[in-house]
Design a protein around this ligand. Structure first.
Ligand SMILES: [Zn+2]
Length: 479
């Protein structure tokens, strides 16, 4: 296969085409037979597994336990919380027939699990001694998608959903912020995505939530990606499902609940945060292969080099480095280099007869600063350092990109200009009509009211009324 058949449209030419070609060519996903569905291929699934393992560890370390709830939920459950059903109605897939006949009550394929988990919590919670109840489930969910985009918006996707019940607002809010911090940590420390944490405005809230918080990442086209959300429900779901407990006084009280989720769209976030013209650039902590060894040589030489390459891979494996030897025959080294470059492998090692004789391999990184000889004897320690540095560079590079594409603006002209290429930090009056107007004019929406930064007062960038939030909001176009 020629280079141009494998390569992708450069990101700098057409970001959208680049993304849409890359997810398939890098063998991350394929289209499912039903429009809007997605097959996650082994290379893409490994990225998700690495992310999932880290999220799961953090969830457990903070005192939560995993459970599993049914995929099918009685439709009447969703109807018990008015905002919830209204918000999700357009996205629901409903099962009306099963076992060869029409069902008495339609069942929805879960779009999220507040209702069924709320129902179970009402059975399991009776006393203040049962609180807090800290549950999480790993699951697939279905939200019918009219404008699907692989990994970012698909009809079915994978996620975790935390669901917790608490005695009072203060404890539930602590939990809501704990989950938000957890997501910010995962994004920054594992995915090298410098997300901004903050609260959503009322119009961007989760259906049924009293407050919604988010971590937002900036993609390399300047758009925002909502990367994880955490919701404080007040007693909305406790009221709807009768989640009550006897307080120490003996009085019956409603619980305050939370829910929070991070999904497989994070894989899309990694692609769009770090990728470049040549393809994926994977953070080492999420790379299926952190190091790929390409043996160089033809005929007898190839065999001479293969065993030492396998030995080296074995040593790197034992040091905890995910290593792959590309021994595909009949493919040129040049083809293999391009292939792994497109697939985002952080470090490539070339091992030829001459390198072997010198007791070294030639290292190049995906960020491409030429080739360096690495001693085979000390390769594991050296590569560990290189991978850690690579991870740090990605976070720094993404942070610099975000900062250089974020502008503090006070006039409408500046605002319009800023959201063409990135984010605008601007005051807003808090009216949802004004938000809609801004969206109609620029496609930008309020991404969040950032948690960090000092209070500030000013006038709405669109309508000049006083700011409603004592903070500048982040506005941007979003996925
Ligand atoms: Zn306004």
């Amino acid at each position: 296969m020629a280079r141009d058949e494998r390569g992708v449209t450069p990101q700098s030419e057409d970001f959208s085409a680049w993304y849409n070609e890359l997810v398939f060519k890098a063998e991350l996903v394929d289209r499912g037979p039903v429009r809007g569905t997605m097959v996650i291929r082994p290379y893409g699934y490994r990225i998700w597994e690495l992310l999932q393992a880290d999220i799961d560890r953090r969830i457990k370390e903070t005192g939560h336990v995993n459970a599993y709830f049914p995929l099918l939920i009685p439709q009447s459950y969703l109807e018990r919380e008015a905002e919830h059903v209204e918000g999700f109605a357009p996205e629901l897939a409903v099962v009306t027939h099963a076992g060869g006949k029409e069902l008495d009550e339609p069942l929805v394929v879960r779009p999220t699990s507040e209702t069924v988990i709320g129902e179970m919590m009402s059975k399991w919670i009776s006393s203040h001694r049962d609180l807090p109840m800290l549950l999480n489930q790993w699951a697939n969910i279905v939200r019918w998608e009219m404008r699907p985009r692989m990994l970012l918006r698909t009809t079915e996707f994978l996620w975790q959903e935390g669901h917790t019940a608490h005695a009072d607002e203060a404890d539930a809010m602590r939990e809501t912020m704990l989950a938000l911090d957890l997501y910010a940590g995962v994004a920054r420390e594992i995915a090298a995505m410098p997300v901004v944490a903050g609260e959503k405005t009322a119009s961007e809230r989760f259906p049924g939530a009293r407050r919604t918080f988010t971590v937002e990442g900036m993609m390399r086209d300047g758009r925002a990606l909502q990367s994880g959300t955490s919701h404080y429900m007040g007693t909305n779901f406790a009221d709807a499902f009768g989640i009550q407990y006897a307080a120490e006084s003996g009085e019956l009280e409603h619980c305050h609940t939370t829910s929070w989720g991070m999904s497989s769209r994070m894989v899309g976030g990694v692609i769009m945060t770090h990728g470049d013209d040549k393809g994926l650039v994977l953070p080492p902590l999420l790379a299926p292969y952190q190091v790929v060894i390409v043996p160089i040589g033809r005929g007898d030489q190839a065999e001479q080099v293969l065993q030492p390459a396998m030995d080296l891979a074995g040593r790197l494996h034992r040091a905890g480095i995910r290593t792959h030897v590309d021994n595909r025959p009949h493919l040129s080294p040049g083809f293999k280099f391009n292939d792994w470059e497109m697939r985002g492998v952080p470090i490539r090692l070339e091992l030829g007869p001459r390198d072997l004789a010198a007791g070294s391999a030639l290292m190049s990184t995906r960020l491409g600063e030429g080739k360096t000889a690495v001693s085979l004897d000390s390769a594991a320690a050296r590569l560990e350092r290189e991978l850690a540095a690579f991870q740090d560079i990605l976070l720094q590079r993404a942070t610099d990109f975000r900062d250089s594409h974020t502008r503090t603006v006070d006039t409408w002209e500046e605002f319009v200009d800023a959201v063409k290429t990135g984010w605008a930090l601007a005051f807003h009056c808090g009216s949802s009509e004004c938000e809609d107007d801004i969206k109609a004019e620029t496609s930008a929406t309020p991404r969040c009211i950032p948690s960090e930064g000092p209070p500030e007062e000013g006038l709405c960038v669109r309508c000049n009324r006083p700011s409603a939030y004592r903070k500048r909001l982040i506005f941007g176009r979003a996925y």
